[in-house]
Design a protein around this ligand. Sequence first.
Ligand code: SAM
Length: 239
Amino acid sequence: MASKLIHGDALALMPQMPARTFDAVITDPPYCSGGLSKRANHRGNSKYVAAQYTEFDDGATRDQMQHFFWTREWLSEARRLTKKRGYPIAFSDWRQLPLLMRAASFTGWTLQGVFTWAKCSGRPFLGQFRRDTEFALVATNGTPLPFMQSPVRKSPSAFLAEPMPPAQKLHCTSKPVKLMQHLMEVLPPNASILDPFCGSGTTLVAAERLGHNSTGIECVEDIFKLAQSRLAEESNQLL
Ligand SMILES: C[S@@+](CC[C@H](N)C(=O)[O-])C[C@H]1O[C@@H](n2cnc3c(N)ncnc32)[C@H](O)[C@@H]1O
């Protein structure tokens, strides 16, 4: 098993990678879902990035049309990089899920369903349901293997309740490692995984713990360095 981190813009780097390299692209891209107020919508930094990160320009404030075309672009590259029958598993919130599904459809992925993550916490709205879930779109590059031929002898649930304690958050949109490990249960052993928007490297940590190979891309230097030191620590612990 090996993990590799690359600093740069995924949309510039993915086209340089050879086709059909990965069994899965598992990622938590920027949602561009807007802030708490109209003013906050114009300040990606305040909603998405902790104050210690000096530089942040990942387009978290794109409008819907820009975000749709950007999503189409990376999903299209992701499909070129994914082996036949391989997966994209990409997170979204409730607001942007229809956009993500449409972009996946447009780029030729075969939609397989939506995984639900119950965050066990979430913004309260008096008289309304809490917004305490996020979703991961699951699709395949072509039809999946029929069950009898699948190397995976499991039927994992498409739902997981798993908290992300604030004290353990390394990135303002950190995902729990257990959640990422759960998503990997549909993958064959020694799978190769790409996370083009890897943030603090949670996907890579989960892959490492399960014996998969992974590549992560992160464009913000401070966050890239954070992921680097996290992975180094993880490798030491696994020795
Ligand atoms: C939602 S966060 C991922 C957080 C991750 N799940 C974790 O647990 O740390 C998305 C990350 O993608 C990065 N990003 C945004 N646009 C990018 C691009 N074009 N290329 C590479 N990274 C990008 C952002 O800087 C951010 O760290």
